[in-house]
Design a protein around this ligand. Sequence first.
Ligand code: C2E
Ligand code: MG
Ligand code: MG
Ligand code: MG
Length: 282
Amino acid sequence: KSKDKGGNLVAAYVASLHAQAEERRVMEQELRGALDRGEFEMYYQPVVTAADGTLNGFEGLIRWNNQKLGNVSPGRFIPLAEDSRLISPIGEWVLRTACHEAMRWPSNLKVAVNVSAEQLTDPAFASVVVSALAQSGLPPERLEIEVTESVFLRDGGGAAQLLDQLISLGIRLSLDDFGTGYSSLGYLRKTQFSTIKVDRSFVVGAAKGSIESIAIIRAVVALADSLGMSTTAEGAETEVEVDTLRALGCSNIQGYYYGRPMPASDVLTLFRRPDSLDTEAA
Ligand code: C2E
Ligand code: MG
Ligand code: MG
Ligand code: MG
């Protein structure tokens, strides 16, 4: 009897593995044609100054709507794109679209773009950035590129060299999801980041009074201060979280409290009603 039960469990497990593999296969197949079919769209989420809630810029976040699969979150399809060499063309589209759309914003606002470690293994990446800036006319100081610590794990120095090239173009670099990976402070010495992004998990913890989360945010803020970098706290949803982050000295805040990621057209609407952000911030 118990042997039968175990057999059923194994069969169910094997079936679910097959289902997962099949889902992945379909998704990869759909992903291959997604650019040509125009299925991607950039959304933009406000980043504000912690002290007074004024708008600093937006982070661009890709969205995928596919006929068969519906809306697929980047958390699901970006890893697949990274594994299947599709990330370079998709990443290039992201960069060009974000630079282009940011040109329609007030000229004091920055745009941040996420770049995968795989994109930085392509030696042509810097020239794609140069071309995106030139074609859109966006000044390099308005572009921020977000990478995670994983870029440094990948290869022996190639990524760091590429990042230096980007800095010499005049664009800024942010270190995303700080504290969630294999954090080594050595990276901060190797590459001149402008901003450290504090992961949402610490934000949630700190607002709940977690001693560890509070200590970590304090340490990151102190480290950033002494190295001449700013900090952006990610994923603040509540007033308590925002107040906590302000008290801890974070420079910038991003999160649903100030605004969800929105289509480019909604960003433009925001500028026609300039007080719409301030009311949420108050
Ligand atoms: P990320 O760069 O750390 O982006 C922040 C994520 O947190 C976004 O999820 C955003 O929608 C979400 N978020 C922002 N505020 C809040 C909040 O208050 N509460 C909660 N619960 N979540 C919040 P999203 O858009 O699903 O993106 C997930 C990840 O996918 C990103 O994490 C980034 O690593 C990757 N990604 C997104 N767009 C791109 C892209 O264009 N290129 C690449 N390479 N990766 C991208
Ligand atoms: Mg990011
Ligand atoms: Mg992040
Ligand atoms: Mg993240």
